[in-house]
Design a protein around this ligand. Structure first.
Ligand SMILES: [Zn+2]
Length: 391
């Protein structure tokens, strides 16, 4: 029995029955440095794909392939999953971030009950897995959406979820002072109330809130997500002396997830990042807070650039990839079978290049740090197929 027959038998696939002259594999990615933290692999390997799934990850795979990507010198990683984006705001968003290696994304709170239909439609139309967090404010992400607490309408939010159960996977509440004012805690309570009957997580946008983290964190349950984790004071994760708040460490211990949410304004400041990471408080997940304009924003540019910041800060390449693939996949059940190159997994692959040089990394305050390495997106494979390269 040759490999293809074996794969056909084991996968119960009918596509290749009797097709003895066909190539053994649909696609082989040859000779790259495969980094798959989900299985602890970091080695030069070939990755073979059949029928949209990973068929083999081995040194020197020899079977015929209908298509081959030569990857010596490249990083071959599970497709990236960006759990904080606004990719559904415009129709072309999903296609743009796909070119950066993003094979799954979550649009976080762009829309509330009043405008969720359009965002949900964009998520459904995306080439990769697009999912949505509905904003507890019926208006979605606007300036000051929780200043009027009546906009946090639990019944309307539940209706929005019920209409779009296929793509809505949680709720979002933005708690910053100029967005929520003194309604931060009540807005979050209402988000939890809307989420409860569906068993969904809530993501909070933290930083510069009226209420301190010690009042906000008790309202979060296991599996909820804190994004913009390195937002500067007031009411960040550090005390006035720069020490990590014990409440924050305790929230992580009980299963609250801390997400980077790089963003553009007031969410990321090197001083906070450096103080927190020196105390061992690293992100569970990396994310960009991406929009279709992010390439023009030196703080974001693309997901591999945001990942590279944490190589500079001291995480290993494997840890950075874990935070952007398997860790992210574990946050939401929608990505259960993603974030891995394990045999049988959907063949979503990010091929990147780790270049050496002097690279400037920018926070949200135009402050730069330089690092000697930067990941660049090279090619993306989605469901076993090459996708159009970035122009
Ligand atoms: Zn955002």
């Amino acid at each position: 029995m040759n490999r293809r027959q074996f794969l056909c038998a084991s996968a119960a696939s009918f596509a290749c029955v009797g097709n003895v002259s066909a190539a053994t594999y649909d696609l082989v990615i040859k000779g790259g440095r495969v980094i798959d933290p989900s299985v602890g692999l970091d080695a030069v390997r070939d990755v073979a794909i059949v029928a949209g799934r990973i068929a083999a990850v081995e040194a020197d795979i020899s079977g015929d392939a209908a298509d081959t990507i030569d990857a010596p010198g490249k990083i071959v990683a599970p497709g990236l999953i960006d759990i904080h984006t606004h990719a559904a705001r415009v129709a072309e968003g999903a296609g743009i971030c796909l070119q950066d290696g993003v094979t799954g994304w979550v649009d976080c709170g762009s829309a509330g009950a009043d405008n969720i239909d359009q965002i949900a439609a964009a998520a459904r139309a995306a080439p990769q897995i697009g999912r949505v967090l509905v904003n507890i404010s019926r208006t979605g992400n606007t300036s000051g959406e929780l200043m009027d607490i009546n906009r946090a309408d639990v019944a309307l939010a539940r209706g929005a979820i019920a209409r779009h159960r296929d793509v809505v996977i949680g709720l979002k509440a933005r708690l910053t002072r100029d967005i929520a004012g003194t309604n931060d805690l009540e807005g979050l309570r209402r988000a939890q109330e809307a989420a409860a009957p569906f068993g969904l997580p809530v993501m909070i946008h933290m930083g510069q809130s009226v209420s301190p983290m010690r009042a906000i964190l008790p309202l979060l349950k296991r599996g909820d997500i804190v994004t913009h984790m390195y937002a500067p004071a007031p009411n960040g994760i550090l005390d006035d002396d720069g020490r990590l708040l014990p409440d924050v460490a305790a929230a992580r211990r009980r299963g609250v997830i801390f997400d980077l949410g790089n963003g553009a304004n007031a969410h990321l400041q090197w001083d906070v990042v450096e103080r927190a990471t020196r105390q061992g408080f690293w992100p569970d997940t990396l994310s960009t807070d991406w929009t279709a304009n992010s390439r023009d924003n030196p703080s974001v540019i693309d997901f591999p650039n945001v990942m590279s910041k944490f190589i500079m800060l001291g995480l290993s390449l494997a840890q950075v990839i874990a935070c952007s693939s398997v860790n992210a996949a574990r946050v939401f059940p929608a990505f259960d079978d993603r974030g891995t190159l394990n045999i049988g997994a959907p063949a979503d692959v990010a091929i990147m290049e780790l270049r050496e040089g002097t690279f400037a990394f920018v926070d949200n305050y135009k402050a730069t740090r330089t690092g000697p390495q930067r990941l660049f997106p090279v090619a993306t494979v989605l469901a076993g197929k090459r996708t159009p390269a970035r122009a």
